[in-house]
Design a binder for this molecule. Structure first.
Ligand code: UT7
Length: 326
């Protein structure tokens, strides 16, 4: 059977680190509040002149290196981001050029924090339909530049970073076994960036008093996230006929440790099978799963033939999952 195998992973985190104690100095918050409510200790943030494509380029290059795939072998590049370099062209096109993916088509997608798993589903469909053979999926986010640093309810939650995977069609039993993606735009405004698009255009007159950062109704989002995340993990089990005890590792979107715990409990997965890096990198939106995947693999937590569950939820709302035989 033709399957989409993940044959390489990579990630990049900017060098600058902001700890919870650093944030205590610039806003009314405490390390204790942040750790207890979320599980976050620190986050990485970009330096000057670093945009989404710069981070994505490094993650993509590392994924190609670990896969042993030459840039000209890549047929298609999908870049999941809600913080692209420009409205146009796509960050995918910038990365395509800088990485030397001379044969690859390139496109950005935005499904917020679910963007990577949405991208994985598209890549899997392309490969199994015989449209493309080798696809690079990158997720890259520079959320620190879309935060209002005077708002403690959102500023403490997010970080910057990029992760990438190389996917190739191969005959066999290993690869992506199932994918699931869902959306509900009804509650779009519980997590959104009001200004800077075509709905609320920034002008010299409104630029100082218009919301340009992330706005979030944390409590409402929490409730919906628990439901959506739970559905995503259950779908992966239903679609594959696998049981929770078959899963070797669950690599979730890293938004909040309590939300992750509740999803794991819903399917009866013990905490030692859950990979967490939220303490080190915070919520990097679409980039969170591929960063965690690469770290887990390099730490020896993912081995050949392991059954790996991925699940995400985010603004939109969107939610998604995938089951992978590594
Ligand atoms: O990728 C998807 C994106 N986001 C999410 O999934 C987030 C989902 N939501 C959550 O994770 C949680 O709602 C939060 C971690 C954001 C907040 O936790 P919570 O337990 O729901 O807190 P809360 O919003 O109910 O706020 C509790 C208190 C409030 O004070 P009062 O009204 O009780 O006096 C807030 O003003 O905590 C206060 N607060 C803070 N205090 C210190 C809010 N942010 C902070 C802060 N430091 N950074």
């Amino acid at each position: 059977m033709l399957r989409s195998r993940i044959i390489g992973t990579g990630h990049y985190l900017p060098e600058k680190v902001l700890t919870n104690f650093d944030l205590e100095k610039i806003m009314d918050t405490t390390d204790e509040w942040i750790r207890q409510r979320t599980g976050i200790n620190q986050r990485h943030v970009v330096g000057p002149d670093q945009a989404a494509s710069d981070l994505g380029l490094k993650a993509g290059r590392r994924a190609l290196e670990t896969a042993g795939v030459a840039p000209e072998e890549v047929d298609y590049l999908i870049c999941a981001t809600l913080t692209p370099d420009y409205f146009m062209p796509s960050s995918a096109c910038l990365i395509q050029h800088k990485l030397g993916l001379t044969r690859a088509a390139a496109v950005d997608i935005n499904a917020a924090c679910s963007g990577f798993v949405y991208g994985l589903q598209m890549a899997d469909a392309f490969i199994r339909a015989g449209v493309h053979k080798t696809i690079l999926v990158i997720a890259s986010e520079v959320l620190s530049l879309r935060l209002d640093w005077t708002k403690r309810d959102t500023a403490v939650l997010f970080g910057d970073g990029s992760g990438a995977v190389v996917i190739r069609g191969e005959e066999g039993e290993q690869g992506i076994l199932s994918t699931f993606a869902a959306a509900d735009g009804h509650a779009y405004d519980i997590l959104h960036i009001p200004a800077g698009g075509t709905r609320l255009v920034l002008t010299p007159e409104n630029i100082t008093d218009t919301e340009r950062g992330i706005i979030m109704n944390g409590r409402e989002l929490y409730k919906r996230a628990v439901m959506a995340f739970g559905e995503a993990v259950e779908k992966a089990l239903q679609q594959t006929g696998c049981k929770a005890e078959d899963i070797d590792i669950f690599v979730p979107h890293q938004a909040n440790e309590r939300i992750i715990d509740s999803a794991a409990k819903r399917i009866g997965l013990p905490s030692e099978k859950v990979y967490l890096n939220l303490d080190r990198v915070a919520n990097t939106s679409a980039a969170s799963i591929p960063i965690a995947l690469d770290q887990a693999r390099r730490e020896g937590r993912i081995e050949e033939n392991d059954l790996v569950l991925l699940a995400a939820f985010g603004a939109g709302l969107t939610w998604a999952s995938a089951m992978v035989r590594w």
